[in-house]
Structure formats: C-alpha cells, structure tokens
Ligand binder design. Structure first.
Ligand SMILES: [Mg+2]
Length: 364
C-alpha cells in the first residue's frame, strides 16, 4: 500500500469565547486555522492528519504541499518510523522547529490513522491501549484580562464538570479572581505564553504561588532557555509546565536533562506527530517527569491526543481549549463526560471528519 496522494486542506472558522472580552489587553485572536492533511493510499485507504496552523495556515499548507508530499508519494504508507526519520533528516536545513515540524506532524498523524484503519482497530489499540481509561479533562480559558468575565468563565467551567481550569492571564489580580471564583476545590493552572525575563518571572511566580497554582506555564522568553526555567524552579519552588513550543524528542531530552520542567507538554500537531510524541512520552517516563499533552485544537490532532492518552500509563490530563468554534469537524467529540475523556472506538482516529464542515469552511 503505497502513498498515492497527499493533500493539504486549509480551513478557517470563527470562534466564540463564551463571553466577549471588552479589554484590549486580552488576546487579539478571532479565527481558528486548520491545515488538515488528507493522505490516500493506492488501495483506497484515506487517513487524516492535522498540522498546527493557528495564524500560520498558508505557510503550513505550502510546507505540506511543496516539502512533504513530493518526498513521500510512492512510499509504503506503513513505513511510518522510517518516513518520520527521512523527513526530519531531509528537511533539517529548514529548521528542526516550527512550520517544518508542524507539516511533518500532519503527515505522521494521517499515516497512523491509515495504519489503524488497515488493521481494523481504533488507534489506541494499535498503540497498546485498551481504551478504557477515563482521562481527566481541564478547561483552558481564553485571556479575558477582566476579573469579572474570568470569574464567570471559571464558574462555567466548573459547572461543565471540569475540576481543573487553566488561565491564560498574566496579571496577579486575575489569578486572585480565578482562585476566588474557583474556591479551594478547583485546581488552577496559569499559562503565560512566554512574556517575561527571568527576573520578572521570579517576582510573578512568587506572587502567583500565593493563590496555590498547580503549575506556571511558559513564564520566560525564550521558551528554550531551559537553564532559566530550571533556576526559576529551584529558587521559587514553583512547578513549571513547558514543551508546546519544543519540537522533537531531542529538545525534550535537553529540557529534562536541565531540570526545566515538572510537566512536559508535547503537542502532537507540532512535535513531529504521533511517532515523535511517543518518543517524548518514553523519555519523560524514564526521567520521572509527568506528561501533560498540549491539545488546544479541534482537528484530527485532538482525536490523536485522546488515543495517545489511552496508551500511556500516566497520561496526565486532556487540554480542552474553552472556545466554541462556529462548526465542529467532529460533532460531540469535544465535550468531556463527568470531567473525563475516553477515545472514539471506530477504526483509526475513530471518527471521520464532517465533509460538510470541510466544504463550508475551506479556506485558501
Ligand atoms: Mg500553553
């Protein structure tokens, strides 16, 4: 079964935030971008992948079409590990990070979908999972930069069954407001997206720790300054989560060697796909560091994250970004049951994307 066709399918859709922020310091972000990767074999099996494309959709589409497709057409679709290696080696001059690795991730997820469909199994079973785990979900909130709105969304998350809520706020008063709204029984995490120098990060970490946060995520720019993250952990005792901007297992190995993280966050649509994600999971397990998958998306990568979680002994939690897309590629797949996620049990990724959504939201 040879790879006959590789197609990048870009989508763009508006999303709601649940509540409309009125403060300009919130995130300036209105549309979800997707780069679906559709792979077809010469014997007619179709697999779906997902290359991270938020705010970089056209660049990722070009990478899939121009850099990936010509290198894999005609190859055996089941030769996934070797294809991953060959793409990484063949494309390394374009950077072992970012757009190139997003595109590789998209192809890799599609090849795993094909492999599981060919076996007639849900992907988790091919990966070594029974599919019976109930993995806790956490809601990952938008940045509102408004204490009242934030409090409202924390309460709404709890009502929806989430016991853990992640903020994307960078102000102390917002963390305080979330703690007040969540009460003592809710775990609160703070994702800052790399805003600070090490000195500022130390001050902020100490102030936020007063509100009993479970972790502080990416507090320092640049995210690969592992020495600074390790120093911050050692000096303040704050638990650090990081890794959504790391690509390949090699970078995760460096991160863990330097003692930079309590929670490592590989993102299956960015890190190099399922193949590379599993390498990260293996080294995290031997290093004794908790995996906490990064999965704030609604495409095949979200399903892939659910399947991977079923096949790990300590899967952490599933991140559900608390946004509301105007259409659902996989209707009903994004809502946890009793605060937990399983994985769909159909062959491959378990559900096929809705062709009407693909038609209606196809972008350039
Ligand atoms: Mg994050």
């Amino acid at each position: 079964m040879k790879i006959a066709k590789v197609e990048a399918i870009p989508l763009k859709m508006r999303f709601g935030r649940g509540i409309e922020p009125k403060d300009a310091t919130g995130m300036d972000w209105d549309f979800l971008d997707y780069c679906l990767v559709r792979v077809e074999t010469d014997d007619g099996i179709v697999g779906w992948g997902d290359a991270f494309a938020y705010n970089c959709r056209r660049a990722v589409v070009a990478a899939v079409e121009d850099m990936i497709a010509p290198r894999v057409i005609g190859r055996d679709a089941s030769d996934i590990a070797q294809i991953s290696r060959d793409l990484q080696q063949g494309l390394h001059l374009f950077g072992r990070y970012g757009i190139t690795t997003f595109a590789i991730s998209g192809l890799d997820i599609a090849l795993w979908d094909i492999a599981a469909k060919r076996a007639g199994l849900p992907l988790y079973q091919l990966l070594g999972g029974a599919g019976t785990a109930k993995v806790p979900a956490y809601s990952s909130l938008f940045r509102y930069a408004d204490t009242e709105m934030l409090g409202e969304m924390v309460r709404r998350s709890i009502k929806d069954g989430y016991g853990h809520v992640k903020l994307h706020e960078i102000r102390i008063e917002d963390v305080a407001a979330a703690r007040e709204a969540g009460g003592d029984a809710t775990e609160i995490m703070v994702d800052t997206n790399c805003p600070w120098t090490p000195e500022v990060a130390k001050r902020m970490a100490e102030a936020m720790m007063a509100y009993d946060i479970l972790w502080l995520e990416e507090p320092i720019f640049p995210p690969e300054d592992f020495a600074a993250l390790a120093k911050l952990r050692a000096e303040t005792g704050v638990a650090i989560a990081t890794g959504e901007n790391a690509c390949t297992a090699f970078q995760f190995q460096q991160m863990m060697d330097e003692g930079a993280a309590d929670y490592v966050q590989p993102s299956v649509t960015k890190v190099g796909g399922i193949t590379e994600f599993r390498k990260v999971a293996a080294i995290a397990e031997t290093a004794g560091v908790q995996i906490m998958p990064h999965s704030p998306y609604f495409g095949p990568g979200f399903l892939a994250s659910l399947h991977l979680a079923q096949a790990m002994p300590q899967p952490g939690m599933i991140e559900r970004i608390y946004l509301f897309p105007e259409a659902e590629l996989y209707p009903g797949a994004y809502d946890p049951v009793d605060g937990t996620f399983g994985a769909p049990s159909g062959p491959g990724l378990g559900i096929e994307p809705d062709p009407n959504v693909i038609r209606d939201f196809r972008a350039e």
